[in-house]
Design a protein around this ligand. Structure first.
Ligand code: SAM
Ligand code: ZN
Length: 430
């Protein structure tokens, strides 16, 4: 029997009925669920302005704090348009449509499909997008739909109509749309993913992260970086299944939520040997952290322990082990942000500072994780020197070092913890 994938109550104009034979017992999602999820944090209907664009979030899920994540998406979309000449975007979970509006107005997208499963958002989305002339036929610049994100992607894939950028601003650790997203994306296209599951990245729900991203995550002091690596790793695994591979262009953690966002570029061909997909260890005894490849799993141990198998050692993974960002790509983003006058805003972690730290973090010599200065100080029972002093001392000793965009008192370095403490002690005495 042929069934449509979305619940009948969700408005959908799909001309493509699909087989839903995998699990007939699974109930289709109920649209009222979207309302329940949105309402607690939704704001009162009141006009808002973001980067000079006026829009009304209505009663949809909207967070002013996510503006930075939207800035990063728009900068990337614009770079894509500049280098490829065209830009077709799927905003798969668009809420009030602010991203769609920004992709159209700021990144000059040729076409945006603004989709949100909740059809009660329709009036708000349409009114917000009406600032951009809709156009007709082949010139049509935007469309509003109300399908489940999976269906919005499967439909386009089925007719061979691919997107340059798919933005999935989802809740929790929902990864069920990864495969459909890869299928609906052009090769060389961009996938902008979100996770808001701080429990999983913190190692508090290892079986949840295992189900969602194929990664067993244990608590580690740099859990928020692990959250980004877990999300990229989930995409790496799913891409390989389809014969693709992905590279992260940037990874962004924001404590509001928390929210983990990564922008991935999708390439043809799976890698035969991916040195960037493996495990991270942390020793609870000495604070040392390391990476372990699949073929080294039997050799697990911490240098602080005599025995090979150290009971103090915890292991998380598999996940992405490579750089969190592509440094030259983020440099282009920063140049564009400067061109648009989006820098030097002087408030909190401004965009210029964020992108500059991301460029530092993208040094391929830097392993996963960071040292928190206060944790190091309490471990060594000492005060900690300033970040600045510590950074120049580490460089003098020949180590790679950078600040972390995730935590202000953290340093990323390839220096082992024991030597890090020694350098900090020397700095305090000098
Ligand atoms: C985080 S909000 C989107 C916020 C918006 N992108 C922004 O930047 O303001 C997530 C939205 O996804 C919608 N949604 C939830 N699950 C969905 C699904 N499976 N498919 C499509 N939309 C979904 C919700 O109705 C909600 O509006
Ligand atoms: Zn140890």
């Amino acid at each position: 029997m042929l069934l449509t994938l979305s619940p009948k109550t969700l408005s959908s104009s799909s001309p493509f009925p699909l087989h839903n034979s995998q699990n007939p017992r699974r109930k289709p999602p109920n649209p009222s669920r979207f309302n329940r999820r949105c309402n607690p944090i939704s704001v009162k209907s009141e006009a808002q302005i973001e980067r000079g664009l006026e829009f009304d979030p209505g009663a949809t899920f909207f967070r002013h704090e996510s503006a930075r994540g939207r800035d990063l998406g728009v900068l990337s979309a614009s770079l894509y348009k500049r280098s490829n000449g065209s830009l077709r975007v799927l905003d798969a979970m668009c809420g009030c449509g602010i991203r769609s509006l920004r992709y159209l107005a700021e990144a000059d997208a040729d076409f945006v499909a603004a989709n949100d499963a909740n059809d009660e958002n329709r009036r708000v989305i349409t009114e917000n997008l009406s600032k951009i002339e809709r156009g007709e036929g082949d010139e049509r610049r935007w469309v509003v739909t109300h399908m489940l994100a999976n269906k919005a992607m499967i439909e386009r894939y089925m007719v061979g109509d691919f997107f340059d950028l798919i933005d999935i601003d989802s809740f929790g650790s929902d990864s069920a749309f990864l495969r459909d997203a890869f299928n609906a994306l052009k090769l060389g296209g961009l996938l902008y993913l979100t996770s808001t599951d701080g429990y999983s990245s913190g190692g508090h729900r290892p079986y949840n992260s295992l189900a969602a991203y194929g990664a067993f995550i244990r608590p580690m002091p740099f859990g928020n970086e692990i959250g980004l690596r877990m999300l990229i790793g989930g995409a790496v695994r799913e891409a390989a299944l389809l014969g693709y591979h992905v590279t992260p262009l940037f990874s962004y953690y924001s404590y509001h939520g928390p929210v983990f966002r990564v922008l991935l570029r999708v390439h043809r061909g799976k890698l035969h040997e991916d040195r960037n997909y493996g495990f991270v260890t942390f020793c609870q005894l000495c604070g040392h952290s390391d990476t372990v490849r699949w073929d080294e799993l039997g050799l697990l141990g911490c240098p602080c322990s005599d025995t090979k198998a150290s009971s103090s050692l915890i292991v998380s993974g598999p996940m992405w082990l490579g750089p969190l960002h592509d440094g030259s790509y983020v440099t282009e983003m920063l140049d564009l942000a400067k061109e648009w006058g989006w820098v030097s805003e002087g408030t909190g972690m401004d965009l210029e500072k964020l992108l500059s730290i991301m460029i530092e973090e993208s040094d391929p010599r830097l392993p996963p994780g960071y040292f928190k200065m206060d944790e190091m100080a309490s471990r060594a029972k000492m005060n900690s020197p300033s970040l600045k002093k510590m950074m120049s001392a580490l460089v003098k000793e020949g180590y790679a070092v950078s600040r972390s965009h995730i935590i202000s008192n953290g340093l990323k370095t390839d220096c082992p913890m024991s030597h890090f403490i020694k350098i900090a002690q020397d700095e305090l005495q000098s």
